[in-house]
Ligand binder design. Sequence first.
Ligand SMILES: NC(=O)C1=CN([C@@H]2O[C@H](COP(=O)(O)OP(=O)(O)OC[C@H]3O[C@@H](n4cnc5c(N)ncnc54)[C@H](O)[C@@H]3O)[C@@H](O)[C@H]2O)[C@@H](O)CC1
Length: 237
Amino acid sequence: MSFSRLQLQFVKLSRLSIAATQSRFHANSAFIAKSKEITKQIQQTQQNRLCHCRSRNKVSNNIDNNMLKYLNQSEAINVDLELFNEYKFSVDQLMELAGLSCAHAIAKCFPADRFGRVLVCCGPGNNGGDGLVCARHLALMGYLPVLYYPKPTPKPLYENLAHQCKRMEIESISECPSVALAAECYDLIVDALFGFSFKPPVRADFVPVVELLQQTKLPIASTAWTYPAAGMWRRAS
Ligand SMILES: NC(=O)C1=CN([C@@H]2O[C@H](COP(=O)(O)OP(=O)(O)OC[C@H]3O[C@@H](n4cnc5c(N)ncnc54)[C@H](O)[C@@H]3O)[C@@H](O)[C@H]2O)[C@@H](O)CC1
């Protein structure tokens, strides 16, 4: 091959090599740009998460700062009516949510390793239903709940909830324990007796359990409403 043809060949190869270098350069620049974009997205996500945590801490601090509002009886009734009518929740849904959230609150405040044996006192109404749901979830969380449900309501909603507890082999007692016996057998009492439909005075069936709640030294977690003298209703913690 003559010298000039060799030179020509060499020039061609050099051009090809330059073109290859340029395309590699462009590819690298694109890669760097993409990496920068992804890094920015990651930083933004982290920032959002941080903001979310900050706002959640702010909310929980607000709650810690007694920002909790107590509802009076009519407000509580209206909240339920709004949930039923505006948002079309069924009573089963609300009862399941109420019972589950009570079980979570109990697990947060009264850990199962120290407060495992729980006496769950259920009333005859929806609040009692919340208690049956709470007992079922506590059993799934490693607690040993025992039901005291002195006046089961003969309606499918309550019968089904009681049946679910039975199938989960949650013990049920028919006699209300004395203060001394309760102190011996349980670490915690759940008061799921009455909600906002309570009308004093307490009827005979529930006098022993109300007296137990009044006299026991055991911690009481209440899904129920208490009716302080002031006539204000509040959802006890
Ligand atoms: N948001 C939720 O998750 C839900 C909450 N629910 C709660 O359920 C409650 C409303 O349910 P209810 O209207 O069934 O009311 P209660 O749970 O207060 O129960 C009323 C029952 O207690 C009986 N009772 C009333 N006064 C009594 C007394 N002095 N002695 C003995 N028995 C007495 C009544 O005859 C009735 O059977 C509210 O507290 C509400 O918070 C339910 O609405 C279910 C859903």
